[in-house]
Design a binder for this molecule. Structure first.
Ligand code: ZN
Length: 87
């Protein structure tokens, strides 16, 4: 008997076939908890320390929404493997 479409898509762990639960990776570096973002390109060292995006404008203004995407993280409840999606 197959599972109906009413159930949410179940992600299975590629390592152990355990069930994965949805979550996110919090970024609390600025005093508030935000979800971690995926940013296109390579990080460039910033002269104040840390890194900046190749297109630094998007870090402040989020001008290009396709270049800065929230990261969803799925955790295996059996072995702890993490699988991340930015979409
Ligand atoms: Zn697993």
């Amino acid at each position: 008997m197959s599972v109906g479409n009413d159930r949410r898509h179940q992600i299975v762990c590629p390592k152990c076939n355990g069930s994965m639960e949805e979550g996110f990776l919090p970024d609390a570096s600025r005093g508030v908890i935000q979800d971690t973002k995926w940013v296109r390109g390579k990080p460039e060292p910033h002269w104040l320390g840390g890194v900046k995006s190749p297109d630094q404008k998007l870090m402040g203004g989020l001008k290009d929404s396709t270049a800065c995407i929230s990261v969803l993280s799925y955790r295996c409840q059996k072995c702890g493997f993490l699988e991340n999606y930015a979409r």
